[in-house]
Design a protein around this ligand. Structure first.
Ligand code: C2E
Ligand code: MG
Ligand code: MG
Ligand code: MG
Length: 283
């Protein structure tokens, strides 16, 4: 009896757990209808070639515009979507709309850029994924070379074969792949090498606090790793001029981050594209 009391007391007073359980509960409930209610939106974060000072790409980042709760960031609902299987329909919505948007910019006459879309490993394992990507390109009329898919490094050995096949087949169509958050996951370099992925996105943590002992060496090691493997390296989360100077000095020349721009709405990217067209020094 006293034990029961203890447990319920512990639970009652663990407010953070309580809050978490409640929030997962409403997220699950409301997320089911988020697509049909038109509540998902895409923001785009510019990706620059910092040497040529050109906008070369944009990463599509999903947000949920909840009727009562306001804008909900992806880290709060993507994990729930993965857990409930809703990631498949959300992922399809994101991919299709990102491709359509990129084609629309091209149709407006702007210099083509690539669109980079985050894809959960669960999506890549789904049997219909390859077919869906093909269908998306066909319907959006976007050329495959303007699509990049970002996958996180955490690929367990169980899924590895499926992922390998998917990457191979989609690469042969002309789509490119990037390893997202590189250096934070568990995948071995050997697996990475076997997947033949041509782009690595260096996680923000590697360029944070570069003044701390050893941090520059780690970042430099990742840069030379990319160079040695002949893959493109994109620096994520560049916030300061000092970080940018460090990157340029060490020959990492593709970057995105708040220093250039936060993820923005469609029309803002269009303004940047306009600038690129009128004036090639757009940084
Ligand atoms: P990610 O793919 O690594 O995206 C980069 C995240 O870093 C974005 O957060 C972006 O807003 C943020 N960021 C960019 N530059 C800076 C900077 O200079 N400083 C700081 N502090 N942050 C910066 P966001 O939009 O909240 O997305 C978080 C994560 O959610 C993404 O990380 C990605 O893993 C996931 N995600 C977003 N959209 C999708 C999607 O459509 N599908 C899937 N499966 N995952 C998504
Ligand atoms: Mg990403
Ligand atoms: Mg990332
Ligand atoms: Mg990340």
């Amino acid at each position: 009896k006293s034990q029961e009391l203890n447990i319920s007391n512990t639970l009652r007073f663990d407010e953070s757990l309580d809050r978490e359980v409640k929030s997962i509960f409403w997220i699950k409930n409301d997320l089911i209808s988020a697509i049909s209610k038109d509540e998902l939106i895409l923001n785009y974060q510019p990706i620059y070639d910092v040497i040529r000072k050109r906008l070369i790409g944009a990463e599509a980042l999903v947000r949920w515009k909840h009727k009562e709760k306001g804008i909900i960031p992806p880290l709060e609902f993507i994990p729930v979507a993965e857990e409930t299987g809703l990631i498949h329909s959300i992922g399809k919505w994101v991919l299709f709309n990102a491709c359509k948007q990129n084609k629309r910019w091209q149709d407006l006459g702007y210099e083509p850029i690539y669109i980079s879309v985050n894809v959960s490993a669960l999506q890549m394992e789904e049997p219909g994924f390859i077919q869906f990507v093909k269908q998306t390109l066909k319907e959006s009329r976007l050329e495959p070379k303007y699509l990049q898919l970002e996958i996180t490094e955490t690929v367990s050995s169980k899924d590895y074969r499926v992922i390998e096949k998917t990457v191979k087949e989609l690469t042969s169509l002309g789509i490119s792949f990037a390893i997202d958050d590189f250096g934070t996951g568990y995948s071995s370099l050997e697996e990475l090498h076997n997947l033949n992925i041509n782009n690595i996105k260096m996680d923000k943590m590697f360029i944070d606090n570069l003044e701390h002992k050893g941090k520059e060496e780690i970042a430099k090691t990742i840069i030379s790793l990319a160079e040695g493997l002949s893959v493109n390296l994109i620096a994520e989360g560049v916030e300061t001029k000092e970080q940018l100077e460090f990157l340029v000095k060490n020959k990492c020349t593709i970057a995105q981050g708040y220093l250039f721009s936060r993820p923005v709405e469609t029309y803002k990217i269009e303004e940047l594209l306009k600038k690129t067209r009128n004036n090639h020094k757009d940084l």
